[in-house]
Design a protein around this ligand. Structure first.
Ligand code: TRP
Length: 445
């Protein structure tokens, strides 16, 4: 696509909406709480925030700068900036990661559809957490029911991607995200005021640093990449649609703060309730799907809140999966000069192969494992613990050492228009701290 007809987000708000729409999703509300529950509570939170600040912010800024400067997809942007190097392979790795992430993400997204349905038909009412847990297991292990929801979810997402970046994403994020925010706060208040809820807050905010070990550190770092949609070309692709006037530093700051806030609020909604209702905080992917329905059962007008919450959660998941689809669709259409429509359909069908494998991991393929992991866990671990950190490492090396500093400065300062007080801090982080930090964590010190 030539520079002239490249799609552009229409306003500053739209950029933030799209990037935040990508970042805020199941990663915040589903994955963050369950990882935190498994990896020791507050200590995990402290590490997570440290990674967001030291790695997340500089890498997100770099991805935006690479995309906006390269004016191309996740692969093409590297090639535009450095035509002779092999750095474009980072983009290829990103495209592969996108498939794996969508494979398990689509399944969990499908679960949110089932939960809208269960809320609509008032199935949480009067159930305790044990029977909600049993209900979850029964549903998730069903051979095709979760898959039908995943297919429906992918079909709608693909439809939105077909409508184009602008129409599809901007609208849903601008109106529905703030609503999700409000609901999570309301849930948080209910959860904290449940009897025994304070114990959950202690778990969440009173760090026990003896719980930190190398696997906690790696998980916290992986979660930071996952939640901020980093290390696989997503923000590069979106960066290429960002208008030259947009202040990248502001966009990064807003997206990061929003994303972190939603994750922490989700944890505040979940842990006090889990402790109060006797749900094991370390039980894994089903945590949200058991804990929150238990809270809804205790809320006046619970059914209404439950329906609204799961609708909004599925919207948040959709704006995220759209950004993942866009990475692949932009790459294939631009690099192979193909039409958007057939590419979107083909990519979606290919993703569904991974969805089937992930979904069956909870049922008939429970015992099919590779490296001791089910397909679902394999796709999840391979991306957030290997591919995304590796992508982040290479992106920081590219931005810090390969991309000319002047190009970087021009992108971040909008051709000298903005004063950059912290540019040297950024440069130091991206050149030394990010690559060394990621390497140390990945090599287990
Ligand atoms: N960040 C999203 C979430 O938290 C998921 C996501 C969207 C993502 N795009 C990504 C994760 C790219 C990794 C890479 O739900």
């Amino acid at each position: 696509m030539s520079k002239e007809n490249r799609i552009n987000f229409s306003s500053k708000m739209a950029v933030v909406a799209a990037a935040a729409g990508s970042a805020v999703g199941l990663g915040n509300i589903w994955r963050f709480p369950y990882e935190l529950g498994q990896y020791g509570g507050a200590a995990f939170l402290v590490l997570y925030i440290l990674f967001v600040i030291l790695l997340g912010i500089p890498i997100m800024l770099s991805e935006f700068a690479i995309g906006r400067s390269g004016q191309s997809d996740a692969v093409g942007s590297f090639r535009k900036i450095d035509p002779r190097g092999k750095w474009w392979l980072i983009g290829v790795m990103g495209v592969i990661s996108a498939f794996l992430i969508m494979g398990f993400y689509s399944v969990v997204s499908g679960w949110t559809f089932e939960y809208i349905y269960q809320a609509l038909t008032n199935q949480f009412a009067g159930k305790d957490s044990a029977s909600l847990a049993a209900g979850f297991t029964e549903f998730s292990s069903h051979p095709y029911r979760p898959l039908l929801w995943a297919v429906l979810f992918m079909a709608i997402s693909a439809g939105i991607v077909l409508l184009g970046v602008k129409e599809g994403i901007e609208k849903s994020t601008k109106f529905l995200m703030p609503l999700l925010f409000i609901i999570i706060i309301a849930l948080g208040i209910r959860s904290v005021t449940l009897p025994g809820g304070i114990e959950g807050l202690t778990f969440l905010f009173h760090p026990d640093f003896s719980k930190i070990n190398s696997s906690v550190i790696l998980s916290a770092m992986g979660q930071a990449f996952f939640s901020l949609s980093l290390g696989m070309g997503c923000m590069i692709t979106y960066g290429s649609y960002v208008n030259k006037k947009n202040k990248l530093t502001h966009t990064v700051a807003e997206v990061t703060v929003l994303d972190t806030l939603v994750a922490v609020l989700a944890a505040v909604a979940i842990f006090p309730a889990a402790f109060s209702l006797g749900v094991n905080p370390g039980q894994g992917p089903e945590l949200v799907f058991i804990t929150l329905p238990s809270v809804f059962a205790q809320l006046p007008g619970g059914q209404f809140w439950a329906v609204l919450f799961f609708i909004l959660l599925s919207v948040a998941a959709m704006t995220s999966i759209i950004s993942l689809l866009e990475v692949v669709v932009a790459y294939v259409t631009e690099e192979f000069k193909l039409k958007r429509e057939p590419v979107t359909v083909a990519v979606t069908l290919a993703v569904l192969v991974f969805s089937v494998m992930s979904s069956l991991s909870f049922g008939v393929w429970k015992d099919v494992t590779i490296f001791g992991l089910t397909f679902f866990d394999l796709f999840d671990n391979a991306t957030s613990k290997v591919l995304m950190p590796l992508g982040g490492l290479l992106i920081s090396l590219f931005a810090g050492w390969v991309m000319p500093v002047e190009t970087l400065r021009r992108e971040i300062s909008n051709a000298g228009e903005l004063k950059l007080k912290l540019f040297n801090v950024y440069l130091f982080l991206i050149r030394y701290i990010a690559p060394l930090g990621i390497l140390l964590v990945m090599l287990n010190f």
